[in-house]
Design a protein around this ligand. Structure first.
Ligand SMILES: [Zn+2]
Ligand SMILES: [Zn+2]
Length: 498
């Protein structure tokens, strides 16, 4: 539910006396007086940005990239924001999804009203699914928080002592999200915390800490912005961004942000699922950016990969039902723990499928991913079927260690192998059908369309080739969770640089 925030009535400049603890209006007035109440801000600096959901293993933090130049302009009246940064691998370890980042990359993230888009070169790429969080980002900024709190009809304030310091927590609802912010003894917004829906982490903590305030030409602005996505108590992956602010200005003459025509009417595209038979009882299920493979056994079906989210899983399951109406889906193989590849697993768990995953994922999946905690922002099938599907009862796991794992009914054989020495993820599994000579991989090699330019050889492709050789796998066809189906001959031609 998106709610338009009414424009804020200018904050009255009352003297900043000792605020009555529960009087939210005077707390906000004091903060507005201390911080200024600009209609727009622009700030810039350097820092790092993380690839959220793409840790090397669940025991690691999100992988980081250096930001050599960051700048952001927020127009509170227009509800618009333009964020631009240049990122590169820098000195951060090339472990996790998206690493190593080759060269420098400029990214521009925009929002205006209910619209969100990015720039590819000078082309606008609509991002309708990002609009909610991009708008929320405006109201979690230091001055945005005060404006949204003043405009909310349910704001309250409470004095607390946290880690030995007296702070005031201001809470309210904006755009259907609960926002909590702490105001410190100098009447400055120090921390703003809310939750956003995430397919793996559920109601995911989204937390910004604002410290080292300085006066930038009459407006107070933090010199350090540190952000979390994920709960640090549960998940080593939580540090998402840090900016050291070197310049800030209020009430800037920003060009009003025009929403491009192709962004205006953009909506979240429907889930598309198609399937083709690759061999007897083997179907490739595709249609989006991430694919699955269904494998039929005598009495059951196993699915390789449950990517993205519940909407995709439900559509994939419906397609499997169409192909094989009378057998239960008993197993789901999870290639690795990255959020875009694991996000649909809960839907299968809610139907009592056994999850085949790398043993390094077990603790995180039990404690966080399949935990029966609340998913208030986006309830899914599994949250509605707790506690029957609580950890350590269901889901059942088959954990894959160094020796691999074989799924068989005596007839069909499917071998699941861990991929060793891989920078992309330390939890990676590949799936081999020896009789059909099919190898399924995620994020290592995405077979291109026939006639397309051959992809550049990456470290992940070399790892895949080494693992195939070491495991002595007989492969004729590669099936990518991304990309298409390609021959092993073509793959080896790339690797050998012919
Ligand atoms: Zn990945
Ligand atoms: Zn991927």
């Amino acid at each position: 539910m998106r709610r338009t925030l009414p424009l804020l009535v200018a904050l009255a400049t009352l003297p900043a006396g000792p605020a009555a603890a529960q009087d939210v209006e005077s707390v906000l007035q004091a903060a507005g007086k201390a911080m200024g109440a600009p209609s727009s801000v622009r700030y810039s600096g350097t820092g790092w940005v993380a690839n959220v959901g793409q840790s090397h293993t669940p025991a690691d933090d999100w992988p980081r990239f250096e930001m050599t130049a960051y700048s952001r302009t927020i127009d509170y009246d227009a509800r618009s924001s333009r964020e631009t940064y240049t990122r590169r691998q820098g000195d951060y370890p090339a472990l996790g999804g998206g690493t190593p980042l080759v060269g420098e990359q400029e990214r521009t993230l925009l929002t205006s009203g209910d619209h969100a888009w990015t720039l590819r070169g000078s082309d606008a790429v609509p991002q309708p699914a990002a609009a909610d969080v991009r708008q929320l980002d405006i109201w979690t900024s230091p001055h945005g928080f005060l404006r949204a709190a003043a405009a909310a009809d349910d704001a309250d304030a409470v004095d607390v002592v946290l880690e030995g310091r007296e702070l005031t927590i201001v809470s309210f609802t904006a755009m259907g999200h609960r926002l909590n912010g702490t105001i410190n003894e100098d009447d400055l917004v120090e921390r703003v915390l809310t939750w956003v829906a995430h397919p793996v982490l559920g109601d995911m903590i989204y937390d910004h800490r604002y410290t080292g305030y300085q006066d930038f030409g009459g407006v107070m602005f933090p010199t350090v912005i540190h952000s979390h996505q994920g709960d640090p108590r549960l998940n080593p992956g939580h540090n998402s961004m840090e900016i050291t602010v070197t310049e800030a200005a209020a009430d800037v003459d920003a060009e009003p942000l025009a929403v491009p025509d192709n962004v205006q009417g953009a909506t979240v595209p429907p889930v598309v699922v198609r399937s083709t038979q690759m061999a007897s009882g083997v179907w490739r299920i595709y249609g989006g950016s991430h694919h699955s493979v269904a494998i039929e056994f005598a009495d059951f079906i196993a699915v390789v990969e449950a990517p993205q989210n519940e909407a995709r899983s439900l559509a994939v399951i419906a397609e499997i039902r169409r192909r094989v109406p009378d057998k239960p889906i008993r197993y789901v193989v999870n290639t690795h723990h990255h959020a875009d590849h694991a996000g649909g697993l809960r839907t299968y768990v809610a139907q009592s499928a056994t999850v085949i995953t790398h043993e390094a994922n077990h603790e995180f999946y039990d404690a966080v991913f399949f935990h029966p905690g609340t998913r208030a922002l986006e309830p899914d099938l599994l949250s509605g079927r707790m506690p029957w599907f609580a950890p350590n009862r269901v889901p059942a796991y088959e954990l894959v260690g160094d020796d691999g794992y074989t799924l068989t009914d005596g007839e069909r054989v499917v071998n699941i192998h861990p991929v060793l020495r891989l920078g992309h993820a330390g939890t990676m599994l590949i799936v081999h059908l020896p009789a059909e000579r099919i190898l399924i991989n995620a994020d290592l090699y995405s077979p291109p369309a026939p006639g397309a330019d051959p992809p550049a050889v990456t470290a992940s492709m070399r790892s895949l080739a080494q693992n195939i050789e070491q495991l002595d796998l007989d492969v004729a066809r590669h099936v990518g969770v991304h990309g298409l189906v390609g021959s092993h001959v073509d793959f080896m031609r790339l690797i050998d640089g012919e």
